[in-house]
Design a protein around this ligand. Structure first.
Ligand SMILES: [Zn+2]
Length: 123
């Protein structure tokens, strides 16, 4: 079925082609007029998920580092890993020690310095 919600509204009344408990629940939802609070997608009568996302985040300040990390075709787990590294969320030894969990602080790769994000990625 390729239909929109508007296809099931005639006037201000639900017009559902089925009769069931779900249909009864839907018909119990009042159809409000334009004076009530309603989620809209700008001036468009058409809606898409990307329009919703743009409308939802329109008042948020731009994220200056997102383009540095996010690339089309890049697997999302790479983005999440890089984001965790920038935000200090990777479970490196220094971060675990800050949470009062006793672990060896020495780097398992070089065995010469303490494990931290700057050491693992930039030293
Ligand atoms: Zn190391």
């Amino acid at each position: 079925m390729n239909a929109t919600v508007a296809d099931f509204i005639i006037g201000n009344v639900w017009s559902l082609p089925i009769s069931s408990d779900v249909a009864n629940d839907i018909q119990a939802i009042p159809i409000s007029d334009s004076t009530a609070f309603c989620l809209t997608l700008g001036d468009s009568n058409e809606g898409s998920f990307s329009q919703f996302v743009m409308e939802f985040y329109k008042d948020c300040p731009p994220c200056v580092w997102a383009d540095f990390l996010w690339h089309k075709g890049c697997a999302s787990h790479f983005f999440v890993f890089a984001w965790l590294g920038i935000m200090g969320g990777l479970k490196t030894a220094d971060m675990i020690l800050k949470r009062n969990v006793l672990v060896a602080s020495i780097c398992y790769l070089c065995h010469s310095k303490n494990e931290s994000i700057p050491h693992l990625f930039f030293e």
